[in-house]
Design a protein around this ligand. Sequence first.
Ligand SMILES: C[S@@+](CC[C@H](N)C(=O)[O-])C[C@H]1O[C@@H](n2cnc3c(N)ncnc32)[C@H](O)[C@@H]1O
Length: 196
Amino acid sequence: MTHFLTLSNAVGLAHRYWSQLLKPGDTAIDATCGNGHDALFIAQRILSDTSGQLICCDMQPTALEASQRLCAEQLSKGQYDRIQWISGCHSEWPPELSRLQVRLVVYNLGYLPGGDKTITTRCNTTLDSIKSAMQFLAPGGMVSITCYPGHAEGRLEQEMLLKWVETLDKSQWCCVHHHWCNRTNAPSLLLLEKAN
Ligand SMILES: C[S@@+](CC[C@H](N)C(=O)[O-])C[C@H]1O[C@@H](n2cnc3c(N)ncnc32)[C@H](O)[C@@H]1O
């Protein structure tokens, strides 16, 4: 098995960007927390017992429970208590989130690995969610979207998102898409950085 240090896959590359962006005390949102691996990665970078805030959302209660279990095992009680859990669709963010200054919003699209493949993110709700989340972003903040073009809905989502980002105001948003040129249908990484 060959290993690549920097460009091995979209999630690994996303983590590098997040590490560079996040500081202790920041606020972040994981809009598709699934089994909690991304949530834990973010929590370890922003949460202490007294500062930082992480909001985790998933529409599947079993996924939310898996994330809660992982974070409870790996974080201190003080860190864990700084995570807000939202069970439901990410297209309906609670209104109080609009008061936040969020440094990073993460979408790891698609279905839960090892779960029901018919429960997947969908074009309309994904786009609605990203549009609202962009309003909570602090200047210099980022939306990170991992796309999965290897399944039908995932391919549609990626195509839709790539068309839509072309319409964003270039003085306000820097939009970058990483895709793996010599791998068929590999996950890709779309990043939207808000002007500072
Ligand atoms: C690829 S998995 C996320 C993996 C996760 N980031 C991790 O580190 O384990 C995608 C998740 O999105 C969730 N999901 C799908 N549609 C959603 C929606 N409309 N709102 C919130 N979560 C959704 C699924 O239930 C699934 O758990």
